[in-house]
Design a protein around this ligand. Structure first.
Ligand SMILES: Cc1cc2nc3c(=O)[nH]c(=O)nc-3n(C[C@H](O)[C@H](O)[C@H](O)COP(=O)(O)OP(=O)(O)OC[C@H]3O[C@@H](n4cnc5c(N)ncnc54)[C@H](O)[C@@H]3O)c2cc1C
Length: 405
């Protein structure tokens, strides 16, 4: 690709990875980010498999590993603060990835490796796009205008740039769970283990260590889609505090932290299902194009891999529409498999009743212990379809038990 002018919306993991690679292939990139500076918020995310290989090729793998949160694994805690199950980071059933990093730290590393070659515009966003076949005329929120050859949306799951490009073509598929993330002060009860606590009424509190001496907290709960993310901040706080009431364990501490916090991240968890990822001189990557949700554990990895594949395709040809087409052809099957969430997700880990919570903790304890060897015999040697059937039967049993007890 010969020095094309490319505008990327979103100083995201996808956006800055794309900028890095396009720059290697000698194009001229501008990255526009709505917020006034990089967003250092967010909790632990993990970078898996092929995505880590991309970082190795970028020469930043060591930095990523050095920023590891040091999480030892995850423990299931009950209402008496007892550890019911432990899954170490290096175990077979790992929840903690090998490359566990705080989202903001990753955004900062990527910024450090692109800021000298990529033009960053903070504190504004695109308000209009006009693709006239020869180029795209872009209008920003401050009224300024500029021309680009290509515009790429990488501005996250609720991307406004996607709407400007594709209207409401993409479906936001809410999966039934809300999540709030925030950073809270570390106390003597916090360790280097992530702690997962289930409360009745389908509520989960998760506390995780970071490397900076704080604790990264999240609170999730099942709910119909009530658009809570659109509520004013003070109403969100009141709602979340009421929701945490009576949950037990660290709920009072979390409620106080929410009351005092200015920058928690609260959203309904949704997948993005888009019939196409490009149109004319527009394309999209990362959560904006194909968010699989944090439940998949693959949102960040998919964002990195997508950016790498798109940059690679653009580097091969002057024909951007051909490059967009082969990017989608290569990535779609992988996205499809990642977006098919495990059966029962997310309600299976958000039980309603005291019984349900007990069953989940007991099951987690069994899976974490040697008892799993016994259970695995049930599955051993069975074809994948049969394993799925057994798993579905187990889930149906738990569901029936939950709803009729
Ligand atoms: C603040 C924040 C906290 C998060 N915390 C977690 C977490 O704890 N755990 C987890 O699994 N996932 C979290 N995520 C999501 C996670 O980052 C993504 O699932 C994954 O990394 C892939 O994201 P992405 O690069 O596609 O976009 P994202 O990481 O979502 O980034 C999108 C970027 O675009 C910017 N933006 C939004 N609208 C516009 C616009 N109109 N114009 C320009 N810029 C815009 C946003 O400010 C943001 O910087 C968080 C995302 C954000 C934005």
């Amino acid at each position: 690709m010969n020095s094309k002018r490319v505008l990327i919306a979103g100083d995201s993991i996808a956006g800055s990875t794309l900028a890095f690679w396009l720059n290697k292939y000698s194009s001229d990139e501008t990255l526009v980010e709505r917020s006034p500076s990089q967003i250092s918020g967010g909790q632990n995310i993990d970078v898996r498999d092929a995505a880590f290989k991309v970082f190795e090729r970028m020469g930043i793998a060591k930095e990523i590993l050095a920023a590891n949160t040091g999480e030892l694994g995850i423990q299931f805690i009950d209402d008496k603060n007892r550890i019911r199950a432990s899954f170490p980071a290096n175990g077979a059933d790992r929840f903690t990835g090998e490359m566990e990093i705080i989202r903001g730290d990753l955004v900062n590393i990527l910024y450090d490796h692109t800021k000298n070659n990529v033009k960053y515009l903070f504190g504004k966003y695109i308000t209009a796009l006009d693709d006239n076949d020869m180029r795209v005329k872009v209008t920003y929120s401050d009224g300024e205008q500029a021309d680009f050859d290509l515009v790429i949306a990488a501005d996250g799951v609720r991307s406004k740039t996607r709407e400007l490009m594709f209207g409401n073509e993409a479906e936001l598929k809410y999966i039934g769970i809300y999540n709030v993330y925030l950073t809270i002060s570390k106390t003597h009860t916090d360790t280097n283990w992530a702690k997962w606590y289930n409360a009745q009424r389908s509520r989960v509190i998760l506390l995780r260590p970071d490397k900076d001496g704080s604790t990264r907290a999240s609170f999730s709960f099942l709910s119909p889609d009530n658009n809570y993310q659109e509520f004013p901040r003070e109403e969100q706080k009141k709602f979340l505090i009421a929701k945490l009431t009576g949950a037990g364990w660290e709920a009072p501490r979390l409620s106080k932290a929410i009351a005092d916090s200015d920058d928690f991240y609260f959203d309904g968890v949704s997948q993005v299902k888009a019939p196409r990822w490009s149109k004319g001189r527009f394309a999209m990557i990362g959560d904006a194009a194909y968010c699989p949700t944090p439940i998949s554990g693959m949102g960040t990895s998919l964002a990195i891999i997508g950016a790498y594949v798109l940059a690679g395709e653009l580097s091969q040809t002057e024909d951007y529409s051909k490059a967009f087409g082969s990017f989608e052809k290569k990535l779609r099957p992988f996205v499809k498999s990642v977006q098919s969430l495990p059966p029962g997700a997310p309600w299976i880990v958000h039980p309603k009743s005291k019984w349900g919570v007990n069953i989940l903790n007991t099951l987690a304890g069994a899976i974490a212990s040697d008892f799993i060897n016994g259970i695995s015999k049930i599955f051993k040697g069975k074809p994948a379809a049969k394993q799925k059937t057994i798993l579905c039967c187990l889930i149906i049993n738990v569901w029936v038990f939950e709803n009729f007890n």
